[in-house]
Ligand binder design. Structure first.
Ligand code: NAD
Ligand code: TDX
Length: 328
């Protein structure tokens, strides 16, 4: 099988390539990635050939899609805070880019797996007994999540109207190696390593449902192997934590008092809580997460960041300067 991985130099895409190399050595991989600020050829290493290019470049995408059997589509603009300061690349990449891929897979009869987020469902109250399921109505809050929601709807329409073969997954918050220092967990780890205090938005009590990136990627493979075209599958590992609990765990692990953080300006429109019910993926496709101990996974991620400073150091100062300007 020849697989085109868009966004394979980003956090989850690079981990997908490494996971596939370890577990599916027979699969041929090509990465298409624009190497934006979020992409890094070093995360990918020599695990797969990299074509540097834009998913909205129709001629390039057409040529690459024609040479593959499956597209696994990770490429996106992904950071909510950036989408609030400048939504335009989110519209371009997440909507126009996904449209460009859809037209190519339609023309060449190539299968697509579209990688999306639980943020398309909006948020939950802290005390809501419900979690998101595949039938929760779409209700996105930010430019990021609304463009991801739009991209999911494009995929669904191309399945129904044009008969393309495609599946969609909506996953909760990932953590693990190679995540950009703008994101919550690596930002706080590298802050403490740099002698800076972690920064919690608002009251610090927002809840995210954490999943190790390898569990996300094994879920993607379960869907590629056994999923039904036109279906959506939620991927989640029952990892709900308040942001404050995560920061306290990081501080403790790095030998600091667990209240050595700052509360800073809240994110506008900040989603309160995400929580995933992944029963469909577990019961229909037999998937189960391997990293059931979040505390252990977090410790490993702290150690990884400590040991891979060369990977994140070049981005750290510019990222913190951007946050400082926003009062965060
Ligand atoms: P990331 O920001 O780390 O990586 C995105 C990658 O896409 C980068 O390598 C970047 O260079 C590339 N890219 C951006 N625009 C491009 C373009 N126009 N053409 C080609 N490449 C382009 O993101 P991530 O966290 O790895 O997320 C990957 C996917 O998973 C996204 O679709 C995201 O919505 C989804 N997702 C992420 C999470 C999470 O917690 N990080 C959770 C659920 C779903
Ligand atoms: O410094 C911070 N302080 C803080 O309190 C940062 C960067 C974040 N936060 C909060 C905001 C969120 O409640 O932490 C939580 C996680 O923030 P992010 O890492 O920005 O993630 P989130 O907005 O939840 O979105 C992530 O998960 C879903 C990814 O960035 C998305 O790409 C994915 O779709």
């Amino acid at each position: 099988m020849r697989v085109l991985v868009t966004g394979g130099a980003g956090f989850i895409g690079a981990n997908f390539v490494h996971w596939t190399r370890r577990h599916r050595p027979e699969v041929e991989l090509t990465v298409l990635d624009a190497l934006t600020y979020a992409g890094s050829g070093e995360s990918l290493g020599d695990a797969a050939p990299l074509v540097q290019g834009d998913i909205a470049d129709a001629a390039l995408v057409d040529r690459l899609v024609a040479e593959h059997d499956l597209v696994v589509h990770f490429a996106a603009e992904t950071h909510n805070d950036n989408s609030l300061s400048d939504p335009s690349p989110f519209v371009q990449t997440n909507l126009v880019g996904t449209f460009t891929i859809l037209e190519a897979v339609r023309k060449h009869g190539v299968r697509l797996h579209h990688v999306s987020t639980d943020e398309v469902y909006g948020d939950l109250e802290l005390d809501d007994p419900e979690r998101f399921t595949e039938s929760t109505p779409y209700n996105p809050s930010s430019p990021y999540s609304s463009t991801k929601a739009g991209s999911d709807l494009l995929v669904r329409a191309w399945v129904r109207s044009f008969g393309i073969t495609a599946t969609i997954s909506n996953c909760s918050n990932n953590y693990g190696p190679y995540q950009h220092v703008e994101k919550f967990i690596p930002r706080q780890i590298t802050n403490v390593l740099d002698g800076l205090r972690p920064k919690l938005y608002g009251d610090g009590l927002n809840v995210r449902d954490w999943i190790h990136v390898d569990d996300h990627n094994s879920g993607v493979w379960a869907i590629v192997d056994k999923g039904r075209s036109g279906e959506t599958y939620l991927i989640g590992a029952d990892g709900e934590e308040t942001n404050r609990t995560v920061v306290e765990a990081i501080l403790r692990e790095l030998g600091q008092p667990d209240d050595a953080f700052d509360l800073v300006k809240d994110r506008p429109g900040h989603d309160r809580r995400y929580a995933i019910d992944s029963s469909k993926l577990r019961t229909e496709l037999g998937w189960a997460p391997q990293y059931s101990d979040f505390a252990a996974g977090l410790r490993a991620t702290i150690a990884w960041n400590r040991d891979h400073e060369a990977g994140w150091r070049p981005q750290k100062d510019a990222t913190e300067a951007k946050y400082a300007k926003a009062g965060q």
